[in-house]
Write a protein that binds this ligand. Structure first.
Ligand code: PEP
Length: 250
């Protein structure tokens, strides 16, 4: 038995102006003025909507997270944004190592440095790992997950396990409408938990599934024993479909 609270996190990616973000929050709050018991929710807008979303969700139990941060606390890093800066805009977590950022050159070493920076800034890192279609077909999924996970959690102190979230996101399932089957997602999340056990109390580690989760597929994915919630991209942009996924976790 475990008492891991399911987490549903909405990754808005590069969508929504501050005005659109406020409209989303109003819609979400009127649809779910409180959350179903036993479910946690995080909303991850672009940097420019962090403060508007934090304000618009004040008094609501959903928390706010950024989509990346710098690995540096401050300094001459033009265009970068630090963990303490997003914290001051109301963020309490941050997505790190999303495959869309890894595709732009973010390496395991860079992701690990951001994980440490996030924890030092008081943020909860949501660390994304996952294999490409070619890697799945070559049957190297476990090796890929091992490499990415090992690097990312090497910087996490065992006492910090409750603040860390892993998101298993097979790249071929992201934004494609082609979700992993519940069996595939369970197999990978269970493997991740076993790998994490080498360093952390893995029974306390929350592991999400992400990749084309919709209101129609959420429940069947979320009943798997090692899946502790979902990282939702496209379906989080509409407050109604996001609320339906939150309810499916309840
Ligand atoms: C994501 O961006 O993390 C994601 C899972 O996207 P989607 O739900 O659109 O596949």
């Amino acid at each position: 038995m475990h008492d891991r609270l399911p987490l549903i996190a909405g990754n808005w990616k590069m969508h929504k102006t501050p005005a659109e973000a406020r409209e989303w929050c109003a819609g979400f709050r009127s649809r779910l003025p409180s959350l179903p018991p036993g479910v946690e929710v995080a909303v991850c807008p672009p940097f420019t909507a962090l403060e508007p979303v934090s304000s618009a969700l004040r008094g609501h139990p959903a928390w706010v997270a950024a989509q990346t941060i710098s690995d540096q606390p401050s300094g001459p890093h033009t265009g970068e944004i630090s963990g303490s800066m997003v914290f001051s805009c109301g963020a309490r977590g941050v997505i790190l190592g999303h495959s869309e950022r890894r595709a732009m050159g973010e390496t395991d070493v860079m992701v690990a440095a951001r994980v440490r920076a996030a924890l030092d800034a008081g943020l909860r890192p949501i660390i994304c790992i996952g294999e490409s279609l070619a890697e799945r077909e070559e049957e190297v999924t476990l090796q890929v997950l091992t490499t990415q996970l090992t690097a990312a959690i090497a910087v996490v102190r065992p006492s910090e396990v409750d603040r860390v979230v892993i998101a298993y996101e097979p790249i071929w399932a992201i934004g494609t409408g082609r979700s992993a089957t519940p069996e595939m997602a369970q197999e990978s999340t269970a493997a991740i938990r076993e790998l994490a056990r080498k360093r952390l109390d893995a029974n306390r580690l929350r592991i999400l599934y992400g990749g084309s989760v919709t209101p129609a597929t959420a429940r069947q994915l979320l009943v798997s024993p090692d899946i502790d919630g979902a990282l939702v991209g496209g379906a989080s942009l509409d407050p109604e479909s996001f609320a339906m996924i939150v309810e499916a976790a309840g």
